[in-house]
Write a protein that binds this ligand. Structure first.
Ligand code: TXA
Ligand code: MG
Length: 353
């Protein structure tokens, strides 16, 4: 059991001292949780195999699911890969620092454990002063998966990190709530036609504007779980984002969804279940479940993304027996929100009119 220390830091202008302390921990092979613009990450020296192994253990993460390696300068990318295609360069130019992770053929210098034995490495440059300062001060690339216990929703506040990882990590840099609220977009640029492996903070439409055609991995559009051998990104086949209570996702036109949510609530009440509904501003007023929470307005997908993981965690505290979630529009960050909701439901999806 470690003693986890929390340091408050200013998100825009972090003080030097906590950053130096955290960097010293990273250099010594320890574990530091830190804010990024997407979600909190749990960092370790990417080139230190023992430290990365400890990272997997702290999160209880399966060893076949590699973390993202974070850099603070483009030069540092070339220590991780020797193959940056012209398309990848364009994407870096357009989106780094920012919520876009790119998958490259990996250099042999990257430890096996950091890439979970794959021949590729996922890299991103976060757009957050605390994350960038920590990476610079550590003088190494930082491997950082989201700072949650495996299977749980990603943390968007230091409090979320603490509730999952207290006693399992060394330091949490508390820079307040993260801005975007869903993880980075993961795009494979180790192949000719870039392939979207995980929708996230950089919208698909923005990628298409810069590189033209982007292939969608079948998992992204999947309405049901695909067999694990089709996974291209190891994270696809693991349980994710799940609150304690089972989630049913209802997708379709707003009117049909509302009818279905009401019917489901009544059916669950007959079984004496305590029912939670994850609704939207446009629909929440109409429901009479035990707990009704709104993701925000359907017209503001960015705000829905920012609220999603916090609300999923809040349902755990409400001790509901079942959660009924509404599908959301899939433009912009909506694609990432819908992808997380589908995963949270374990693909228990009802499609209505
Ligand atoms: O926004 C984010 O990306 C956050 C913050 C902390 O930067 N990080 C994050 O990391 O979400 P994580 O480990 O929770 O998710 C990384 C995803 C997983 O789905 C993993 O399978 C995938 O990236 N991944 C990592 N390395 C890969 C590789 N070489 N090829 C394909 N997918 C990879
Ligand atoms: Mg994660």
């Amino acid at each position: 059991m470690k003693h986890t220390v929390v340091f408050k830091v200013d998100a825009e202008n972090p003080a030097v001292e906590p950053i130096q302390k955290a960097a010293a921990i990273i250099r010594a092979g320890g574990l530091v949780a830190f804010p990024t613009e997407t979600v909190y990450g749990l960092g370790a020296d990417a080139m230190n195999a023992d430290a990365v192994l400890a990272l997997f253990e702290a999160k209880k993460r399966p060893l076949d699911n590699p973390p993202i390696v974070h850099v603070a300068r483009t030069e540092d990318l070339y220590k991780l890969t020797e193959q940056v295609s012209p398309k990848a360069e364009k994407l870096i130019q357009a989106f780094w620092p920012g919520p876009l992770t790119l998958v490259f053929p990996r250099s042999q210098d990257v430890p096996e454990v950091t890439v979970a034995g794959l021949d590729t490495v996922a890299v991103r440059m976060p757009k957050h002063a605390v994350a960038l300062a920590l990476i610079r001060e550590s003088h190494c690339a930082i491997a950082a998966p989201s700072a949650n216990l495996a299977g749980k929703p990603s943390p968007t506040t230091a409090q979320h990190v603490l509730s999952d990882l207290n006693g399992r990590i060394d330091i949490i840099l508390d820079g307040g709530a993260t801005r975007i609220g869903v993880e980075s977009t993961v795009l494979d640029v180790s192949v000719d036609l870039p392939m979207l492996l995980r929708p996230g903070g950089t919208p698909l439409e923005a990628l298409q504007k810069v590189v033209g055609e982007v292939k969608l991995h079948p998992f992204i559009t999947a309405e049901a779980e695909l067999p694990a051998e089709k996974a291209r990104s190891p994270g696809m086949k693991h349980k994710h984002y799940a609150p304690k209570a089972p989630v049913v996702l209802v997708e379709g036109s707003m009117a049909a969804v509302m009818r279905q949510v009401k019917e489901l609530t009544s059916a669950l009440w007959l079984e004496n279940k305590r029912v939670g509904v994850l609704a939207t501003d446009e629909t929440a007023w109409a429901y009479e479940a035990d707990v009704v929470k709104s993701l925000g307005s359907r017209r503001h997908v960015d705000a829905m993304a920012a609220n999603l993981f916090r609300l999923l965690r809040e349902f755990d505290e409400e001790n509901v027996d079942a959660i009924i979630a509404e599908g959301v529009p899939t433009e912009g960050l909506g694609l990432a929100v819908m992808n997380r909701l589908r995963k949270a439901s374990g693909y228990t999806i009802l499609r209505v009119g």
